[in-house]
Design a protein around this ligand. Structure first.
Ligand code: ZN
Length: 363
């Protein structure tokens, strides 16, 4: 049989004529839109089911799976009445997210990111609907029945257990940053140690951290669960997917709860590595260059993550002098020579004037 390219239209006509994907010529070449037809079926065509049920003898080429746990709701269609909310709360899609929250609670606890009843998780599931974990429950031993549903002001809409008070901070992030569809809060020891020391972790040390975390933010201390805490953390989280809350812990956000949790792992691993590295080689940490950091920030953008540093000068990107004197950008600032020469001559004048003063006072 002659080799044939099948477009979406060809394939729809093929299926509507009663044939299935299994009947396609062995050497059939499918366009990307034809592959979509195989995946989605043909609306209204009884054969669409037959496609799904086609024997495995002739596996059709389909795009490889990319994991995606993001919950896509329809704007303006939140359930409103108590009955609608109750049905939504028990719907298969929401139960699947609750299962993931329970699972991530176990992972946080197992990694010692939470202790006692610490830590909490939220997932946005509507314009004004957010799933959250309960208060006074260990994150390692939660059950599906303990999950709560709140609105963006924190009013509990469903769930037998009382929602965590710290969800107010998560909601403040979601209100300010629409890309934050899920938040994860914990007290992992190394990240929290940086928060207690009030030290913003340095940048430009590990490429993956630059790409997946970006710069880690720092929010000044406020009482956990208070409106003031929600305010400072919410503001810091607009530009930072991970924020250290001074004297408290770490909060991260992402497009889904798995994504948000990964950022928690990233923060903890990063802070631990930087801390250990700080003990070695006299504390002289190497950094990648500003130019290399710029490439990583561009890569972040291709992955759908904004970065407030996109327009920064190369040398600003790796300026970690606050973190560790001597850990400075390797790239000389191209604009520096003229300015530096000017500053040098001014400094020289000041030194000379001071020297003259001292000498005259000694006379
Ligand atoms: Zn906390």
């Amino acid at each position: 049989m002659r080799k044939k390219v099948f477009t979406a239209a060809d394939l729809e006509a093929w299926i509507k004529s009663g044939k299935s994907v299994a009947d396609l010529p062995k050497d059939a070449v499918l366009t990307p839109s034809a592959k979509d037809v195989i995946r989605d079926g043909v609306p209204g065509a009884p054969a669409a089911k037959a496609v799904a049920a086609a024997p495995a003898a002739a596996p059709a080429p389909v795009d490889p799976i990319l994991p995606d746990y993001e919950y896509h709701w329809t704007p303006g269609k939140d359930p409103k009445t108590p009955a609608e909310i109750a049905a939504f709360f028990e719907s298969p899609a929401i139960v699947a997210i609750k299962e993931r929250m329970v699972d991530i609670g176990k992972r946080m606890w197992a990694r010692e990111y939470t202790d006692g009843n610490g830590g909490n998780l939220t997932v946005r599931v509507g314009d004004n609907l957010v799933l959250c974990t309960p208060t006074l429950v260990s994150k390692g031993f939660m059950t599906l029945e303990q999950m709560c549903l709140v609105d963006l002001d924190g009013k509990q809409l469903a769930g037998k257990f009382k929602r965590t008070s710290e969800c107010m901070t998560h909601l403040a992030i979601m209100k300010r940053q629409p890309k934050a569809k899920a938040c994860c809060h914990a007290h992992p020891p190394h990240g929290t140690a940086f928060a207690v020391a009030g030290v913003q972790p340095p940048t430009c040390m590990i490429p993956e951290a630059e790409v997946f975390l970006g710069q880690i933010g720092l929010a000044q201390y406020q009482t956990p669960g208070s409106p003031e805490n929600a305010e400072v953390v919410g503001n810091a989280a607009v530009d930072h997917m991970a924020v250290l809350m001074v004297n408290h812990g770490v909060i991260t956000w992402g497009k889904d709860i798995e994504d948000a949790y990964w950022k928690m792992e990233n923060v903890e691993a990063y802070c631990k590595t930087v801390w250990v590295a700080s003990q070695l080689n006299g504390g002289n940490l190497l950094t990648i260059t500003g130019g290399q950091a710029k490439e990583l920030i561009a890569l972040r953008k291709t992955l759908g993550m904004d970065d407030k540093r996109a327009n920064w000068q190369e040398c600003q990107l790796c300026d970690n002098s606050d973190f560790h004197p001597g850990t400075v950008c390797r790239v000389p600032d191209q604009t520096a020579p003229a300015d530096a020469a000017k500053l040098d001559s001014e400094a020289e004048k000041i030194v000379q004037a001071l020297t003259d003063q001292i000498l005259s006072s000694l006379k």
